[in-house]
Design a protein around this ligand. Structure first.
Ligand SMILES: [Cu+2]
Length: 129
């Protein structure tokens, strides 16, 4: 094996090692990223966000992708999670992404803030021990 080829192989191996290294420093807790897709749907006359319950751990980074699949003339529905200061409008056919750190343990409601008749859901944040 020639020296330039060997050098290239070493550099590629090092780059892979660096890319695979965890992004946390020693002694710091690792952040878990929890991703969910929440879909606003209608069954019969009932409109709701599904899944109706999502469970994470305190300290998790939460990424929610919001989709509005409710048919009809009104093409905007809301997603509100007041405990984490989140209020969004989701248009039919668009995706909205929201991110937050689940810093507070507890059970928190999410719902459509535009239509009080919608069935809401709950974010469950399990406490750290
Ligand atoms: Cu709505």
């Amino acid at each position: 094996m020639t020296k330039p080829v060997l050098r290239t192989l070493v550099l590629v191996a090092l780059a892979g090692w660096v890319a695979a290294a965890p992004s946390v420093r020693a002694g710091q807790p690792r952040t878990t990223v929890r991703k969910f897709t929440l879909v606003s749907v209608q069954f019969g006359d009932t409109r709701m966000w599904l899944p109706g319950t999502i469970v994470v751990h305190q300290g998790d980074k939460v990424e929610l992708t919001l989709k509005n699949e409710i048919p009809g003339e009104k093409n905007e529905h809301g997603f509100s999670l007041p405990a984490y200061g989140i209020t969004e409008i989701v248009r039919h056919g668009d995706l909205k992404t929201v991110e937050f750190v689940a810093s507070k343990p507890g059970i928190f409601n999410y719902f459509c803030q535009l239509d009080s008749a919608h069935v809401g859901g709950q974010l469950v944040v399990e406490p750290n021990r």
